[in-house]
Write a protein that binds this ligand. Structure first.
Ligand code: NAD
Length: 428
């Protein structure tokens, strides 16, 4: 597969530019608005380190296969590296570097004391049995062990990995270190140090940010219609929470298509990806649409929360929504972003809107380091506080500099990272 697009790009997504190219372009765009030392920008164009490891696996049939794994560590000026590990055949070194840069900005816009990391193994997890996946994960943890740790680099789940993968990873690391070390990864099952509320956190943050944006635009949420593409970990909680807030969710979709009811869907009745995979179309809605049609519905708010690169130069002019809140990573291509800017349709970017995931990962890490678990209510309260703080910082940049929401979010992030670099300096 060609280098993937900035995010969860899969084989069926167009690949306009590599994640690294996108990340560098976004860095330059943000730098142009700020008075930052060019030496710092030059440093941020490059990852601090990229580890490439060979991961041997004994297959169930007794044969041996060797997979390539990566861990890109972009910048740690504000704290240990943080970011996901994906098991996907499209994983490349350039993609890991680009996504690690992206994590630097996401952590900085949320003001979390982390830098950006990303890694993975070039493998299709569907080709592996559960036992093989476990052995591969444990060996990968061992190969990465010198470079990671609760104060160095803290991986998390990503495409093709999940809470169970993180539990194996943590167990392998802990056994080799001679002590249980839950803080080495986040996204674990709660029983081994995971946080309550981590699973729905990215969707919750999307709903919080959408609610704030609706309010900022002077709309009444009770009169606001919403379409959500993707009804998984991000889209489903986002749709349900906005429904709870009084918005009318008129359309949601999964990979098979979309359901549409202009009077509003009962989002609690639509099965999420977790409750029953790919069953959205079973809901008894007055109309069924394609995913492409969902993106072009005449709604107030569009939330693309499935995959990357769905809003492109081809369909951006046909989008009728008045506000886009990015639930997925990288759903808007750069060309589409320019069209939305010209059409004055605000696009609230992924690095702010779906950052609830990494924020509750930070809460998980704090709970692990302190050996104390938080209630779900506390997680929700603190997430709300952090999201509102980040929203306010980005909104102020929009108002002061008259820039897009994406540029404003990158400005907040770059300002924090570059100031930290200027204070720490370059040694020697
Ligand atoms: P998920 O697998 O839980 O759900 C994805 C949903 O999208 C499913 O309903 C699936 O049927 C649908 N879908 C898949 N391919 C599609 C397609 N081509 N067209 C339309 N619908 C499609 O995934 P998720 O965890 O909700 O992730 C969705 C996006 O959000 C990804 O871009 C991911 O990187 C991003 N994200 C996830 C998290 C997280 O912690 N889960 C955090 C931040 C960002």
């Amino acid at each position: 597969m060609a280098s993937a697009a900035p995010s969860t790009a899969t084989d069926d997504e167009p690949t306009e530019e590599t994640a690294l190219e996108t990340a560098r372009r976004q860095l330059e765009r943000a730098a142009a608005h700020l008075n930052v030392d060019p030496g710092v920008i030059e440093r941020l164009r490059h990852p601090n380190q990229v580890h490439r490891v060979s991961v041997p696996l004994e297959r169930d049939d007794g044969s041996t296969a060797v997979y390539t794994g990566y861990r890109a560590q972009h910048d740690s000026v504000r704290g240990p590296y943080k970011g996901g590990l994906r098991f996907h055949p499209g994983v490349t070194e350039a993609e890991c570097i680009g996504l690690s840069m992206w994590m630097t900005w996401k952590c900085a816009v949320m003001d979390l004391p982390f830098g950006g990391g990303k890694g993975g193994i070039v493998v299709d997890p569907k080709d592996l049995s559960t036992d093989e996946k476990e052995r591969l994960t444990r060996r990968f943890a061992e190969e990465l062990r010198p470079f990671i740790g609760p104060t160095k680099d803290i991986p998390a789940p990503d495409m093709g990995t999940d809470a169970q993968t993180m539990a194996w990873f943590m167990d392998a690391y802990s056994m080799q270190e001679g002590e249980t070390t839950p803080g080495v990864v986040t996204g674990k099952p709660p029983v081994v140090g995971g946080s309550k509320g981590r699973d729905t956190a990215p969707g919750r943050s999307v709903a919080i940010i959408a609610r704030e944006a609706i309010d900022y635009l002077g709309w009444d949420i009770e009169d606001t219609t919403v379409a959500v593409q993707g009804f998984g970990s991000v889209g489903a909680p986002a749709a349900r929470l906005l429904d709870d807030e009084g918005a009318t969710v008129v359309a949601v979709s999964d990979v098979n298509g979309a359901i549409y009811d202009p009077d509003g869907l009962d989002t609690r009745d639509v099965p999420t990806h977790e409750e029953e995979p790919e069953a959205v179309m079973k809901y008894n809605a007055p109309r069924k649409l394609s995913n492409e049609e969902l993106l072009e519905l005449d709604v107030d708010v569009l939330i693309p929360a499935a995959v990357g690169n769905v809003l492109t130069a081809e369909n951006a002019r046909d989008v009728q929504a008045n506000l886009i809140v990015e639930g997925a990573n990288g759903p808007t291509t750069s060309a589409a972003g320019e069209i939305f800017e010209a059409r004055e349709i605000p696009v609230v970017p992924d690095i702010l809107a779906n950052a609830g995931g990494v924020t509750v990962s930070y809460f998980e890490w704090l709970q692990d380091l302190n050996h104390r678990s938080w209630s779900l209510e506390r997680v929700h309260d603190e997430l709300e506080t952090e999201m509102l703080r980040a929203w306010t910082a980005v909104r102020e940049r929009v108002e002061e500099h008259d820039v897009t929401w994406r540029d404003a979010a990158y400005m907040v992030a770059l300002e924090r990272v570059s100031e930290a670099h200027e204070h720490r300096g370059l040694w020697p």
